[in-house]
Design a protein around this ligand. Sequence first.
Ligand SMILES: Nc1ncnc2c1ncn2[C@@H]1O[C@H](COP(=O)(O)OP(=O)(O)O)[C@@H](O)[C@H]1O
Ligand SMILES: [Mg+2]
Length: 420
Amino acid sequence: MPDARHLIGMLLGTEEDWPQAFETLVARVGPIKDASGTTHTLTTERITMEPFDLRDKPRYDLVVDRLAYWYYLPREWLKKVALMDDVYLLNSPFTFQSMEKHAAYCAMLRLGIKVPQTVLVPPKNPPDNARFAYTAAKYNQPFDLDEIAQGIGYPLFMKPYDGGQWIGVSRIKDSAELHRAYDESGQRLMHLQASVEGFDVFARSLSIGAETMIMHFRPEQPMHDRYAVDHDFLTPELGDEVTTISRLINAFFRWEFNSCETLVRGTEAHPIDYANASPDVALTSLHYYFPWAMSALLKWCAFCVVSDRTPRLDLDTRTYFEIGDREDLTYEEKLAGYRALADDYFEVDRYRDFVDSRLAHVDELVLDWITSADFDRLLLETVRSTYPPHEHERFVGHFRGLVGQWVRERGAAATWQPAP
Ligand SMILES: Nc1ncnc2c1ncn2[C@@H]1O[C@H](COP(=O)(O)OP(=O)(O)O)[C@@H](O)[C@H]1O
Ligand SMILES: [Mg+2]
């Protein structure tokens, strides 16, 4: 069998930390032999923007996209390479429409997931469309915002139906705050959502392909302290439930690189935010979990290109709804059914087997690199480009400490010198 080469493209915006980490690890992973004896070599390349003929043949087997949610040219190029050339995408732009929280809420509600009560209200200010006034006068029903809010109960959250990064999100205690927030929302379409009050844990799960890491998130902390290093903050049952919900959402919408936020109160898991076209994987946010994320990304990309996993653009909603619509099944039984479908979509068993048999050296390789001077250089560069000079020393120490903990837990020594 001739050897196979696979080029992994990266569509990047402003990020430097994880792309450099990923490029380094792909360069170090070496040839991968598949079951038939063919040797596969992986390389990476940063994709640049240029005109393209719709009949051009792309050189990439897989693209990790961090740009197309915001810009049309890369988005339309991704659609072309997905539709015409079977390039494997993390994530597919065809899923962007459902990247609004709203679509995910709707799907998950139908599947019986415990999404808090959510009402979509018309925008406060009219859109810029000359015909709107006529149409609105004829067809828009007057409504009582206070009555809707009372029906949900205070406190509640008002947030954009398609939001991200906490922009336009407010916690509302009374009618005065409700009206202030609504006035400020302008032309944005907003949800009113029941607040999950007094939750015990905010779980943020980052999923890359068949892998999910559930992290204890503390939204009230500054960015660098939001992910706590904490291993047993959920019972095994709840951990499994959050993994299932994350994998279900991802499989349902074909998201392969996504994060999901779940508020856990008592024994109940309420997902509130689970559609991220470009989930946070910054070294300065993930710190301790950064090596895991890079290793999962490397493994999943290698699995997709080497085992020639078929990209799936089409949704398979009916198979999920057939479970969700059944009245004879309990919540737990439904979750088990979804888990089987989601595991099947992500080929969890075949992936595990591939990692064990073909990528057995990757964990050691990641550990070697994380303890190398090259990684420390990246850490220093990242801190210097993220924080003002007077905070460099403090943050270098902070992140070395957290990544060092990951290293020490793997039985190696983290021996970094103080920042020069
Ligand atoms: N229903 C809710 N109950 C409790 N807290 C919520 C709820 N919805 C949002 N929040 C809080 O507001 C933050 C931002 O809301 P979220 O839905 O995650 O929007 P974004 O997409 O902007 O991150 C959450 O991280 C959480 O702290
Ligand atoms: Mg959020």
